[in-house]
Ligand binder design. Structure first.
Ligand code: TYM
Length: 328
């Protein structure tokens, strides 16, 4: 059984990009692998939060992870700050990655540029080292993520290979697993930008908690182009291609078949809107139910943290021994 790990930050609300790029695959893969999924609250500290909101956001996100279908009986769902080995190995990762490598991370460049004159934390810069620790602690072979995380998985591989070379075989070298469709869901209003929690306006973002009416409205207003031919061309027709990708995942119909089926943008938009609304309705209902039971969510997260810690502690110990730190 493959060991699988992937994580999500408790910042903002879960959107369609998170769902199609990652969460859906976490759910479909949970019976085929030995799976660990973290809510990475410490990563969220890299951009300052309103004090006191992170804990509540963490519980909300846990409710959403169970609502999309992660089964606490088979999937280990945990909170990063509950498993202290993440920050412990994180330091070692920081000492195994170079300043130059971290400087080349597009996510750092984008996020720090967006903040311009604002406070840019050192944590935002060293973020990939903590992410490498998240992955390597669990001996993960597969990391199911959206396209935007590929560079972070690549640097994790580089760090693991370097560590193994310096100190002897210690870490499993992971690989990113991205879905065939849905790996890069674009903003409906700005289809050349990915759908993202950090976008200012949410007219182009579908949240998993949006009502069917809101979802349909957002799809009706989706930006396409003026030539009115339905064709799949990500570069020249990003809006239409994004709708085709989303409709394809929501209905299980290949993009090529959809291109044959549609001649009008209007119909493509309304059908995509209804398919997505239908797909998300049961998730929203389960989420509302689970959210009302924070005691049960905390209980499930404690079980997850206990299971995660057994694995994380043994890997950290292995890394300490490989380096040759004095035993206590
Ligand atoms: P985060 O919280 O931004 O996103 C969670 C997952 O959603 C995917 N995703 C998308 N997929 C398709 N289209 C989009 N528009 C889209 N937006 C987001 C992301 O690729 C991701 O899989 N750095 C990570 C969190 C992290 C992590 C890890 C991931 C920390 N440690 C260890 C994997 C393994 C992040 O910020 O994801």
């Amino acid at each position: 059984m493959a060991r699988v790990l992937s994580c999500i930050q408790p910042t903002g609300q879960v959107h369609l990009g998170n769902y199609l790029g990652a969460l859906r695959n976490w759910v479909s893969g949970q019976h085929a692998g030995d799976v660990f999924h973290g809510i990475v609250d410490l990563h969220a500290l890299t951009v300052t939060e309103t004090p006191g909101t992170l804990g509540a956001n963490t519980l909300d996100l846990a409710a959403m992870l169970f609502a999309v279908g992660l089964d606490p009986e088979v999937a280990t769902v945990f909170v990063q700050s509950h498993v202290p080995q993440h920050t412990q190995l994180g330091w070692i990762m920081e000492c195994t990655v170079s300043f130059g490598e971290l400087s080349r991370m597009t996510q750092f460049k984008d996020k720090s540029a967006k903040k311009e004159a604002d406070f840019v934390s050192a944590g935002l810069f060293t973020y990939p080292a903590l992410q490498a620790a998240d992955i390597l602690l669990y001996d993960a072979q597969e990391v199911p993520v959206g396209d935007d995380q590929r560079q972070h998985i690549e640097i994790t591989r580089d760090i693991a290979i370097r560590f193994n070379h310096r100190f002897g075989d210690t870490f499993v070298i992971p690989k990113a697993v991205t879905p065939a469709a849905g790996a890069r869901v674009m903003d409906l209003q700005h289809p050349t930008n990915k759908m993202s929690k950090s976008t200012e306006t949410d007219a182009g973002i579908i949240y998993l908690t949006d009502s069917p009416a809101e979802i349909e409205k957002k799809f009706k207003r989706a930006v396409t182009d003026s030539d009115n031919t339905v064709a799949y061309d990500r570069e020249n027709k990003p809006g239409v291609s994004n709708l085709l990708d989303i409709l394809s995942v929501a209905t299980g119909t290949p993009v090529a078949a959809l291109v044959e089926q549609y001649s009008q943008y209007g119909k493509l938009k309304t059908d995509t809107g209804s398919a997505v609304a239908e797909m998300l309705t049961p998730i929203r209902a389960r989420y509302e139910e689970l959210k009302n039971d924070p005691g049960e969510l905390s209980r499930l997260l404690r079980i997850g943290a206990d299971r995660a810690q057994v694995v994380a502690a043994s890997t950290l110990e292995r890394a300490y021994r490989a380096i040759g730190l004095a035993p206590r």
